[in-house]
Design a binder for this molecule. Structure first.
Ligand SMILES: [Zn+2]
Length: 309
């Protein structure tokens, strides 16, 4: 039995959890979430992390100790310099994370961090859909994809994720889906992220309906489609076609055992209808599509994956 702490640090919220792990399962002892307020800057975010950590310690049972602290961060972290290359929360970019985290978590010898999508994929592979997937085997390949504000990816082999030379493996959202397509913050045009993220669906809806961007968030688009609105139905149809093409590309590269989807759009049951069939029609070899699963751990996947680091 071991006690581990996980942090899920995103652009909008910071979540901390104290978890008790046994060989085969885990239990959440304490969990708290606060807004990131990223406009207040890096020092303010560190203060929030420190305060959450003190609350975690108050919930640690007597005579127990914390084995490790893991943090899921919104960007790619260089494994050698421990500096974040980029991410949607600029406050972290260029900061010496190792120095600051070692100070906050003083006395803890194992402090690890990783991209939040890697944490998501790791948690789902070990304790989520990976447990139930019919073809799971010790070396199973899984691709975790977060369809949120952006599109992050985590590549899992067995029970490890692929970090990459610079900590940036799995940045599948920044592969081109439509040449010369929509502009992306990374500087390229037509990145998958600009089509298959929740934001991508909002742009699609705006293009199809002629309404200004921001008039509908991605979840509203599904609600409008359910209410019979033609624009919303077309936007979702286009979105699903992009998603299927993207997953077919990923299938041709990784030949994974399964995909697991996270983020707001992944909670919509209608995106899974017909998806595997379309992937199958587009993959190179004439075999079934990998299964595409909705996540099992929901919002908790981030902190659980971080604690598993
Ligand atoms: Zn991009």
């Amino acid at each position: 039995m071991s006690y581990r702490v996980g942090f899920d640090i995103g652009g909008t919220k910071i979540e901390a959890a104290l978890l008790r792990f046994t060989d085969s399962t885990f239990e959440v002892i304490f969990r708290r979430r606060v807004p990131t307020d990223r406009e207040k800057g890096y020092a303010s975010i560190l203060e929030k992390i420190k305060s959450l950590y003190h609350q975690v310690l108050e919930h640690l049972p007597e005579n127990s100790k914390i084995e490790s602290v893991g943090l899921g961060l919104p960007g790619s972290i260089d494994p050698k310099t421990h500096v974040m290359h980029n991410g949607n929360t600029n406050a972290f970019v260029g900061q010496n994370l190792k120095k600051d985290f070692t100070e906050i978590f003083s006395g803890i010898s194992k402090i690890k961090w990783a991209n939040d999508a890697n944490c998501f994929a790791l948690a789902e592979a070990r304790y989520g859909v990976g447990l139930e997937h019919e073809k799971s085997h010790p070396g199973a390949i899984a691709v975790g994809i977060i369809l949120g504000t952006g599109c992050g990816g985590g590549l899992i082999i067995g029970d490890h994720f692929i970090e990459g030379k610079n900590g940036a493996a799995g940045e599948i959202g920044h592969t081109i889906l439509i040449p010369n397509g929509r502009p992306c913050f990374c500087g390229r045009r037509g990145c998958a992220e600009t089509y298959i993220s929740g934001t991508g669906l909002e742009i699609e809806y705006s293009e199809v309906s002629g309404k200004p961007l921001g008039a509908s968030n991605s979840i509203n688009v599904f609600e409008k489609a359910n209410a019979g609105e033609a624009f919303a139905k077309i936007a979702i149809l286009n979105y699903k076609q992009h998603l299927a093409e993207f997953l077919a590309n990923m299938t041709n590269i990784f030949d994974p055992d399964y995909f697991v989807l996270g983020g707001g759009v992944s909670q919509q049951a209608s995106i899974y209808e017909g998806l595997e069939k379309t992937i199958r029609s587009q993959r190179l070899i004439p075999v079934e599509s990998p299964r595409v699963y909705q996540n099992k751990l929901g919002d908790s996947a981030g902190v659980i994956g971080a604690a598993l680091l």
